[in-house]
Design a protein around this ligand. Structure first.
Ligand code: MN
Length: 504
């Protein structure tokens, strides 16, 4: 039996707080399996390898993710790094855990090409070359999403990347910059897309010193003292603000300061020609209130006492950002005339701003499980629509393959139902294949198809990321013989022949 790192005791305590006994037993056996499979392997730091999957599992457990996800997190490297196969995992832990691990393994193959120049060097290259690089990176991000039919795979992958970044000094020096660049260009934007503000900020700040060492050091030295001074001021303003709102009979759940992440500050500074005086949210104030109506009331109260800066009031509650971020923002002249950004939100909005899509699983455990599940699927749909818009520039899959030198992607496509479910099909599949993949009755009743809301011929090959809507009627005369000339899947072929009473 492998020795048990202390980290497992910590994980056990976390899962005991929200999981059933059965689920806890699953986690325990996943841990044992992983420790055995990785036995004899150490990380660069000299610790037993299993410490890494444990850290990944712990991060996800602290977000209250479900048992299958935590088990898969513990096992996420066994297919790639040990003799274990997906079938072994399926036998031992069932198809759900096995397919999550297989998904993470597949995503691990997506890498920045080793010929991609490092960023600082790249910025000196010609514009067209830079654009080509940006297109490559954008394609990689799209592909990560297109290849994933279960968002939990991405959550495990992000937690994996976070721990790898936290322990990057354990990686040989010549590899660090490239891993960091991949983090900055692929994983942090992905976390952002999923509304995971905390994850995005951490990934960027961990990668920053490896990708732009000189700039990071310079910025750190420049703003260190400034931040300390601002924090003192914000602390004072915080107390005045809270007392004021409470004197107006408002129930204030929390008021706190937040320091802007270093990398996002640097990006912003680049937009403002390096003028720190123009960055009003270096340290911002956050007010947390019970519900949206309270947020608007508090905004009014804040403005009644501290003058707002014109044109800086933003209502992301009425109009959320594309990634689902909600909050009221305003910038006011605070005590002593200092300019300060104030962010006002409810606890739910706060949770979503920090943890994004991961927050939904957390909520599903709570009292309002059903409403939250509905809200979660709504958000999933919006997110997929967003993803789809994002993919629109991706016209030709062959072009993508050429750019990326990837072969494994060419035999499958991923398309969506209007409800946001992902359907995996062989490349070249048509709307008829899609219809039969959803249900044979739908296939048999198909009369037409829309992609992106536009009617398309039934023989049109589908593309990755297409949202496909099947038009059907009960009065349909059934499948047409003609369909057999272009369908790609065996399932469609078999059903069509059966309906037409043809021998198969
Ligand atoms: Mn890993």
């Amino acid at each position: 039996m492998p020795r048990t790192p202390d980290e497992f005791a910590t994980l056990k305590a976390v899962i005991a707080s929200y999981m059933s006994r059965d689920d806890q037993r699953l986690i325990e056996s996943a841990y044992r399996f992983s420790a055995r499979a990785h036995a004899g392997t150490a990380r660069q730091s000299g610790e037993p390898y299993v410490v890494h999957p444990l850290a990944v599992a712990h991060y996800l457990a602290s977000r209250s993710l479900d048992a299958a996800t935590i088990a898969a997190a513990l096992l996420h490297d066994v297919i790639e790094d040990t003799a274990t196969t997906e079938r072994d995992l399926e036998r031992e832990f069932g198809p759900e855990v096995a397919s999550l691990v297989a998904g993470v393994t597949k995503l691990g193959r997506i890498r920045l090409s080793s010929t991609t120049p490092l960023l600082p060097e790249f910025l000196r290259r010609r514009a067209e070359e830079r654009q080509r690089f940006e297109r490559q990176v954008e394609s990689l991000r799209k592909m990560l999403l297109a290849m994933t039919d279960d968002i939990r795979v991405i959550l495990i992958k992000l937690a994996d990347r976070l721990h790898n970044m936290q322990t990057l000094t354990a990686v040989p020096e010549h590899k660090r910059a490239r891993i960091a660049q991949e983090t900055l260009e692929i994983y942090a934007p992905l976390a952002h897309r999923l509304g995971m503000g905390e994850m995005k900020g951490q990934l960027e700040d961990l990668a920053f010193p490896y990708v732009y060492p000189a700039e990071q050091e310079q910025l750190q030295a420049m703003i260190g003292p400034k931040i300390q001074e601002r924090e003192q001021y914000i602390l004072r303003f915080q107390r005045i603000l809270r007392a004021f709102l409470e004197s107006e009979e408002m129930w204030v759940i929390d008021v706190h300061g937040r320091v802007k992440h270093l990398y996002s500050l640097w990006r912003k500074l680049n937009r403002y020609e390096g003028d720190l005086a123009k960055i009003y949210d270096l340290v911002a104030i956050r007010i947390i209130l019970p519900d949206p109506a309270d947020c608007y009331q508090a905004l009014g109260l804040v403005h009644s006492r501290w003058n707002p800066l014109l044109g800086r009031i933003k209502d992301y509650i009425a109009t959320p950002k594309p990634n689902g971020y909600r909050s009221l923002h305003t910038t006011v002249f605070g005590p002593d005339g200092e300019i300060v950004e104030v962010q006002i939100r409810t606890p739910e909005m706060h949770e979503h701003a920090e943890y994004g899509i991961a927050a939904h699983w957390h909520y599903a455990e709570g009292r309002h499980a059903r409403e939250d599940a509905q809200e979660a699927s709504q958000t999933k749909l919006e997110w997929l629509q967003e993803l789809h818009r994002w993919q629109e520039s991706l016209k030709d899959p062959k072009e993508l393959k050429k750019v990326l030198h990837l072969d494994f992607f060419s035999d499958q496509i991923f398309v969506f139902t209007p409800q946001g479910d992902v359907i995996k099909l062989p490349a070249g599949s048509t709307p008829i294949d899609f219809a039969y993949a959803v249900h044979s009755d739908i296939g048999n009743a198909t009369t037409g198809a829309k992609v992106d809301g536009r009617l398309i011929p039934l023989r049109t090959p589908l593309k990755n990321g297409d949202i496909v809507e099947i038009l059907s009627t009960k009065a349909s005369k059934g499948p047409k013989r003609d369909w057999l000339k272009f369908v790609k899947t065996q399932k469609a072929r078999t059903h069509i022949k059966a309906q037409l009473h043809l021998a198969s």
